[in-house]
Design a binder for this molecule. Structure first.
Ligand code: SAH
Ligand code: SF4
Length: 359
């Protein structure tokens, strides 16, 4: 990313000195970006034109451009963004009707990427197929939310860091991004509406336990024992199941909050009922929720989701094992390749990545 102007959103707004402009001008810029969702300098109409020109010379305010938005029959929408260096990432907007105690509300969740590609190479995942290209910067993480909010035309209620990449491998950019996301002067999204998903980077889980804001944690378990998990997740050789569970215990002790164990179901790989029993045992030990996710097929990979009857039998077995709470998420957006990394993969295969048209 040489020869590019610095990205304004990479700085925390309180450090926007902007070459010494008066504080109220910096505040106007903040207001345009975070309150009104206007990221282009030329749209910031209450700034004098010469000042806008100067600022545009010094800073890039737009972190990425939309290459494509793909809708789905269940109204999940997936965005493919092109970053300033031509790399592609994606975010997925997922509507849901939620409610407790009889109050129903329509909520929007955004699934956010944290890296271009992923180094961890889980064998079922489209994001890891091509290795890691690079980390996203703070502004590129925050930018996905600002731009998706603009596309949606309304507030985004929940964030899940389950897009491309391993969020805990990029804490250096992610923690400052979270500061902007949490701040009432930034996006103002509360910590309990934010979930980080990790494939199980033990030292980073322990580091995150000390982070002051109470963001939620989801662990991609996908196997009840080392033998099963190792078949699909190379990271298990570095941080085996028992070490991972111990780190989770520490996290839960520190936070006093339930975590979630995610478990994708892949036919013939991890869908044996003995795994369901183990999963329930781990969930009881951690007092964790279990989220079962039938595998989303990826082009070029041979893995399959199990038959529905097997999926239901697996859930029943986890419940029989007295896991505290079990949900089965029939993946939304199945028809738009909404699983992690899939849309980008198709576009890279089609050569789209090679034609950066920014700025
Ligand atoms: N790297 C992090 C977060 C991104 S992946 C992690 O692994 O947790 C978010 C979730 O999507 C993970 O649980 C991952 O295992 C799951 N996933 C990846 N590919 C999938 C697929 N094809 N079908 C269903 N879930 C998938
Ligand atoms: Fe990376 Fe997560 Fe995909 Fe594994 S599942 S390759 S950690 S993005």
């Amino acid at each position: 990313m040489n020869n590019m102007r610095p990205l304004l959103l990479d700085l925390p707004p309180e450090e926007w000195k902007l070459g010494g402009v008066p504080g109220y001008r910096a505040e106007q810029v903040r207001n345009w970006i975070f309150e009104k969702g206007v990221l282009e300098w030329k749209g910031m109409s209450n700034l004098p034109a010469p000042l806008r020109g100067d600022l545009a010379e010094q800073w890039d305010a737009v972190p990425m451009q939309k290459v494509k938005a793909q809708g789905s029959t269940d109204t999940t929408r997936k965005f493919l963004w092109r970053l300033r260096d031509g790399q592609l990432i994606e975010s997925v907007l997922i509507p849901a009707t939620e409610g407790t105690k009889g109050v129903r509300a329509s909520r929007l969740t955004l699934c956010v990427s944290t890296q271009v590609g992923c180094a961890l190479g889980c064998r079922f995942c489209a994001s890891g197929l091509d290795g890691l290209k690079r980390n996203l910067s703070t502004g590129e993480i925050v930018g996905q939310i600002l731009l998706a909010r603009m596309e949606a035309g309304r507030r985004i209620d929940n964030l899940v860091f389950m897009g491309m990449g391993e969020p805990l491998a990029n804490l250096r950019a992610l923690l400052p991004a979270l500061d902007q996301i949490l701040s009432p002067k930034g996006l103002g999204i509360g910590a309990r509406h934010i979930t980080l998903s990790t494939s199980g980077l033990v030292p980073k889980i322990l580091e995150l336990a000390k982070y002051p804001a109470q963001v939620r944690l989801a662990i991609s378990l996908h196997g009840g024992d080392d033998q099963t998990r190792e078949k699909i997740m190379p990271i298990n050789r570095t941080y085996p199941v028992e070490r991972l569970l111990e780190a989770c215990e520490r996290f839960v002790e520190e936070r006093k909050k339930m975590i979630t164990l995610e478990y994708i179901l892949i036919e013939g790989i991890n869908d044996d009922l003995s795994q369901a029993e183990l999963l329930a045992r781990h969930a009881r030990r951690l007092n964790a929720k279990v989220n079962l996710i039938p595998y989303n097929q990826v082009d070029g990979l041979d893995w399959k989701r199990p038959e529905t009857s097997r999926i239901l039998a697996f859930r029943k077995e986890v419940e029989r094992g007295k896991a505290p709470r079990v949900t089965l998420r029939m993946e939304k957006g199945h028809d738009i390749d909404a699983a992690c990394g899939q849309l980008r993969l198709k576009d890279i295969q089609a050569g789209l990545e090679k034609i950066p048209e920014y700025p």
